[in-house]
Design a protein around this ligand. Structure first.
Ligand code: SF4
Ligand code: SF4
Ligand code: SF4
Length: 403
């Protein structure tokens, strides 16, 4: 446990946030970064959606029933994300979070679902012989996008993947939102210490990275299978535990990829700046943080900077701070010294009423459309993408193989 964490006094969270008790889905304009109280049937529906996503993965991994149709395979999770995502996006009041949800759901729908399902192909992949198409390979060491993600995390922080482009956060943000209430999220000193658990999974991940660089044999394939189960099973089991451990249990305590990206958070350019002079120590930044980061106290004890492996860059603390005492810092601040990414900046820069925001949305749709068209072209016209890794490997002198 680091020295700062020892001195941190956790803020007690009231069990029942103030506000009217809704009888239906939480209406638009009533949702805040700290979720309101939802009726039991909404929570039951959300929990059933988690069970369904888990069943889809189990069916494709073990049971092979019904020939793994869309309603019961690994893509089932992404279909659920799209359906619940539409509800969450419509209901979200914070413009920065709404934009994040839009991109999160859009990225999962196009990159994780549509392309791998309709136009499956493997990526340039250094090392281990893959057996299934791997796109997108944001979490797979040795793949092209993995290295691209590492570079982006260095410049912009872990939010480029954990906040904006991971199905894990997507399903927990849109399906698990009713469980974001304070009494569903374990907070305090012990849960904060438990974050170190994930370094066990990180050790397994290092082992997997070693295995992919070795020739395929029973040891390496066995270890990779074991690693896959150690990642996959807790990923889905924590869905079912959401009512008791909050909607970010996997990211907080177990995810080896989050640990990797978190390390880059520490050595990269991303951090949250904290202004002790304007802070009124209201504790709201702690209440809205799903990762249980003691934001303002860490800023105070770290000389005005919140730099931690845990921050996934969701921006809730920054955009909710009533005194604008928090602001993001990343490569954009290095390039433009007048750039100050505080609450007003993040909210105004993502206000849908601004023409520039609508133009950026058009640009995003064009990029996604071009990505889809490119994937379709490779799958139907070129059809030789599987040879690309070995050709690149020959050029770079890397041990690249294809399945
Ligand atoms: S911590 Fe892991 S599971 Fe969570 S968002 Fe990041 S990469 Fe995804
Ligand atoms: S929300 Fe802002 S004012 Fe309140 S404790 Fe956090 S940094 Fe301070
Ligand atoms: S510290 Fe702020 S930006 Fe980071 S995870 Fe917590 S709420 Fe999100």
């Amino acid at each position: 446990m680091d020295a700062a964490a020892k001195t941190i006094r956790m803020i007690p969270i009231s069990a029942k946030p103030a506000g009217p008790r809704p009888h239906r889905f939480m209406p638009v304009n009533q949702q805040r970064s700290l979720a309101g109280r939802y009726p039991l049937w909404v929570k039951a529906l959300s929990w059933c959606a988690f069970v369904w996503a888990f069943a889809g993965w189990l069916n494709e991994t073990w049971f092979y029933r019904f020939d793994s149709p869309l309603w019961l395979n690994r893509y089932t999770e992404y279909a659920i994300i799209l359906v619940f995502g539409l509800w969450r996006i419509r209901a979200e009041k914070n413009p920065y979070t709404r934009k994040r949800l839009l991109l999160l759901v859009g990225n999962v729908t196009v990159l994780w679902w549509t392309i791998p399902w309709l136009f499956p192909f493997i990526e340039p992949y250094a090392g281990y012989l893959g057996t299934i198409p791997v796109f997108p390979s944001l979490h797979t060491p040795g793949t092209l996008t993995f290295f691209l993600v590492l570079g982006a995390v260095f410049l912009f922080g872990r939010r480029v993947i954990c906040g904006w482009n991971c199905p894990c956060v997507a399903i927990r943000e849109v399906v698990g939102f009713p469980f974001r209430q304070a009494d569903h999220v374990p907070r305090g000193e012990w849960p904060w210490r438990l974050r170190h658990l994930k370094w066990i999974w990180f050790g397994l991940y290092l082992g997997a990275m070693w295995a992919i660089t070795r020739p395929a044999n029973t040891t390496t394939t066995g270890f990779l299978g074991f690693f896959g189960m150690m990642v996959g099973l807790p990923y889905f089991i924590t869905f079912l535990l959401t009512p008791w451990i909050g909607n970010r249990g996997y990211c907080r305590f177990l995810c080896p990829y989050g640990a990797t990206f978190g390390l880059l958070n520490r050595v990269g350019l991303f951090r949250i700046d904290y202004d002790a002079k304007s802070c009124i120590e209201c504790g709201l930044c702690v209440k809205v943080c799903d990762m249980n980061i003691p934001v303002w106290e860490m800023g105070k004890s770290h000389g005005g900077q919140v730099s931690t492996t845990e921050c996934m860059g969701c921006g809730r603390c920054v955009t909710e701070c009533p005194t604008k005492s928090l602001s993001f810092y990343d490569i954009r601040n290095r390039l433009t010294h007048s750039c100050h990414q505080d609450r007003d900046h993040l909210r105004a820069a993502n206000d849908w009423r601004r023409a520039s925001v609508r133009w950026r949305a058009v640009g995003y749709l064009l990029v996604m459309g071009a990505t889809l068209a490119g994937a379709w072209y490779y799958a139907t016209q070129v059809g030789t993408l599987s040879e690309l890794p070995s050709r690149m490997g020959a050029l770079c002198g890397l041990p690249i193989t294809v399945w």
